[in-house]
Design a protein around this ligand. Sequence first.
Ligand SMILES: [Zn+2]
Length: 403
Amino acid sequence: MFDMKLMVQVKLLPSPEQEAALASTLHACNEAANRVSERAFQQRVYGRVPLQKLVYADLKATGLAAQASLHVIRKVADAYTVLHAQVSGGLMRERGRRRAQSKPVTFRPKAAQPFDDRCLSWWWENNTVSIWTVQGRIRGIPFTATARQLEMLTRYRKGETDLVHRAGKWFLIATCEVPEAPLNDEPSDWIGIDRGIVNLVTTSDGRDHQGSGLTRYRRRMARVRAEMQSKGTKSAKRKLQSRARREARHASCVNHRIAKEIVADAQRTGRGIAVENLRGIRDRIRLRRHQRAMLSRWPYHQIVAYLAYKALRAGVPFVQVDAAYTSQTCPRCGHVSRRNRPRRDDFRCQVCGLAGPSDHIAAVNVRQRARVAWVFVNAPDAAEESGREPRRAASTQPPVASS
Ligand SMILES: [Zn+2]
């Protein structure tokens, strides 16, 4: 059994006084973080423990509570760890790298702040939290959460929670550690999944999972957006942002539902799930903020992430296979040609005549590749040669993102 980490975000509904206390706390913590970051940079001390030795006394002297001081120090140390990983991992261009290394990491006044259980407690009887602030401990701040979120939180919440202030609203982002079901390591077959052109995803069973409703919704929202953009006022801009977020929430909801259906189907039928490998993305552990944002807006990427973690949780094997030519290969005779696809959503093999919707054909090819990949990785010889543990290696790609 393994635990997987998921993030759950709930909205806080603070009164004006509570909100003022939260705001001054976030500001105080981030000011302190900037001071710590400067010291770290000047003295080239980046590790959490040495940094703590260096600045803890000073921090406390400025009036920050003990736990908050420790969190601030950790936040700074973590930020440098990420920065250094990005630099050494070659994820930054030369100019960006030089710029990033020439000055201390800075934190915006509203940057998120982590709280542990001593500084933040949850009250499930009335859905409130009590939280440490620079104005003392504040009790009874209400929060809203869906039934699913509440269940996750009460059962699995563990460790730290981030306080986030975004677009005038307050959120808590809590970490949940959800146990995985034991892995079904002898899947009877695979459900191949193609990122669709007409549909969001199509399975090798020939099931389309609707993207059309989503597309319609997107188009409607785009129209509204265009109208608001042409106004160009500040309030229009704010409305625009909230529209964009609502849109993202809707897409994410649809993707959750589709992923859930597919995983339930796989679990019921004892099969695994196979998706196309997104080249160049899978192996990068850390991405810059705008890259992450871009990726998470790409619906296919999000649905793959949801599939990965839901599969993991349900013990359903999940593999990513080579995506090359899945849309041009004939699954019956193996003939590969661009001419196998006379039209975008039509497949017709030039050699054997097999015909069908191109999304479905591609999904069948994904399933075919998963069968081969699974046999290869699980063959005892292959495992000995590569010296890797056979089953885990093939079955569980880490979830790309979580929600
Ligand atoms: Zn053929």
